[in-house]
Design a protein around this ligand. Structure first.
Ligand SMILES: N[C@@H](CCC(=O)N[C@@H](CS)C(=O)NCC(=O)O)C(=O)O
Length: 340
């Protein structure tokens, strides 16, 4: 597999293979294959984690399903490809996956220099640190000299290095590709802290044997806007991903849920709702998809608020408030471009 990925990346760099594809190729390939190849995290609760039946659960997994529902009318037409942070971009460049939906922070260099395109924000997060309670540390300034568990190839590795340098403090990195190895290392005392995005710290801690022994420090050290990533080779495919994310946010703005979507499609006189749900087919036509593309996605996974509550919200083990991920009308940053 790794040789294939390496070969794929090499061909891409030379301008062959998927990198040189004509516009529309990914869209056509996915459509003809009838299954979406979706790159997700190897396993983080709330984002993408197989349950006891082996079914992938979480916000990222459901976004993959939403795209499959928009494309094929069937949210189950997804093959989940688990990827570490180090593997993710090569897997996309080589064509092993069609889209990457893996807690990936949208940054300028990733957007400009990898032959990839960051599509839209689906979650606003920020880097944080988790330490053992008995270390008695209440702010990051108290972390001088600590050994910090980090994942290589992440923004978190860079943010941590930047912050310690800026504050003239020292730390020793313990770099491990697998999040679970970092979780074990912290619990076993092989590192003093984990540095990663705050949502992941909460997700990790929810699975610890003694969560109460660990504290997530309240400061945030970076902006980590997450979103799907695609290759640069296909604008039509980019459109499908961008507007599927948008449709879930728009649904929440309009009060459309997985439960009421079908009825609203039949009965609502509101032109915005009629366009979103395909009673008026204009938006599906724009994406070269069935008029039901968005209602299929909404019925399959719910609107954005339903997704957040189900996977990350206060009633889950992860227990996050929506914060910046509230709708703009509630003081958050979630805002759909007009769908007309
Ligand atoms: N948002 C970060 C990635 C966050 C991330 O992947 N964090 C590590 C956490 S320590 C992770 O999930 N690792 C899981 C794994 O690859 O096993 C980025 O885009 O670079």
């Amino acid at each position: 597999m790794s040789i294939l990925r390496w070969l794929g990346a090499g061909l891409l760099a030379l301008g062959f293979g998927t990198g040189a594809a004509q516009a529309g190729q990914t869209f056509d390939t996915v459509k003809a294959r009838g299954t979406l190849h979706c790159g997700v995290n190897v396993g983080v609760a709330g984002f993408s984690l197989p349950d006891s039946q082996g079914t992938w659960r979480g916000l990222d997994a459901d976004l993959c399903r939403a795209v499959a529902a928009a494309m094929f009318g069937d949210p189950n037409k997804v093959r989940f490809v688990p990827l570490t942070a180090v593997q993710r971009f090569t897997a996309l460049q080589s064509g092993e996956i069609d889209v990457l939906i893996r807690q990936t922070t949208l940054t300028m260099t990733r957007d400009t220099s990898l032959g990839l395109r960051m599509v839209a924000v689906n979650l606003y997060d920020g880097h944080g640190f988790m330490v053992r309670k008995d270390a008695g540390v209440t702010a990051a300034k108290g972390m001088d000299g600590m050994t910090i568990c980090l994942s290589p190839g992440t923004t978190n590795e860079l943010v941590t290095t930047d912050w310690f340098r800026a504050n003239k403090l020292r730390f020793t990195p313990l770099l491990q590709e697998r999040m679970q190895d970092n979780a074990q290392a912290l619990q076993a005392g092989r590192c003093d802290a984990i540095g990663t995005d705050a949502t992941q710290l909460a997700a990790l801690r929810s699975q610890f044997t003694k969560p109460q022994d660990f504290v997530i420090l309240p400061e945030r050290f970076s902006k980590e806007p997450y979103g799907p990533v695609v290759r640069r080779d296909d604008q039509e495919w980019f459109d499908v991903i961008r507007w599927t994310v948008s449709a879930l946010i728009q649904a929440e703005e309009l009060g459309v849920t997985s439960e009421n979507a079908e009825e609203l499609k039949r009965t609502s006189p509101n032109p915005e709702i009629r366009r979103l749900l395909g009673a008026d087919p204009v938006l599906g036509q724009a994406l070269k998809l069935d008029p039901a593309w968005a209602i299929n996605a909404i019925r399959a996974v719910g609107n954005y608020g339903q997704l957040f509550e189900r996977h990350l919200g206060p009633k889950t083990a992860i227990g996050l408030e929506r914060g910046l991920n509230r709708l703009w009308t509630d003081g958050g940053l979630m805002y759909s471009w007009p769908m007309r």
